[in-house]
Design a protein around this ligand. Structure first.
Ligand code: HEC
Length: 147
């Protein structure tokens, strides 16, 4: 009897811990953090095809902070993915990957009803302007590595 009680106690205890950690994670990290785009050239409503801020120092600074607050929890600190999510350092910054980036931040990634990556672009119902999102891309360009 004593053995069974101990086991049930452990199960309840472990479930409680799991329940609370999952909740803390879900609530603590989901809210998008505002991105301050002061000092960046206004890009208007239409999505551009190429990154207008490539090499732009102000944008790179804005992008680094914004990445840390909004993307790192999945893509890893410094863009160094823990392995489950794509390692963004391996992306190119050519026409094809610029287009792929825009597609991802506008559409997110949903498969079989599960959201793997939320939509980030304001134009598509997400929280961020294209200025903010190109700034993030400009920072990611500075940490790119050869595949
Ligand atoms: C909730 C987790 C999550 C967050 C937050 C997140 N991503 Fe993602 N991202 C993913 C996953 C998972 C994929 C892979 C999706 C797929 O292949 O269907 C992905 C894919 C991408 C890709 C395409 C990579 C490739 O190799 O094809 C880019 C670019 C990207 N994310 C950029 C960002 C940026 C920028 C941010 C922050 C604004 C961000 N992500 C925030 C989970 C996330």
């Amino acid at each position: 009897m004593k053995h069974i009680n101990n086991t049930s106690f452990s199960i309840v205890f472990i479930s409680l811990i799991t329940f609370f950690s999952v909740n803390v994670f879900a609530h603590g990290d989901i809210a998008p953090q505002p991105i301050d785009i002061d000092g960046l050239e206004d890009l208007g409503e239409e999505w551009l095809e190429r990154n207008p801020y490539s090499g732009n120092e102000t944008a790179i600074k804005v992008g680094e902070a914004a990445y840390g607050q909004n993307c790192a929890r999945c893509h890893g600190l410094g863009g160094m993915s823990g392995g489950i999510n794509p390692d963004l350092r391996k992306m190119k910054h050519d026409a094809e990957d610029d287009a792929w980036y825009v597609m991802r931040v506008r559409k997110g990634s949903v498969r079989n009803g599960i959201t793997y990556m939320p939509i980030f672009a304001e134009t598509d119902g997400g929280p961020f302007s294209q200025e903010a999102l190109w700034a993030i891309w400009a920072w990611i360009e500075t940490i790119a590595i050869e595949d």
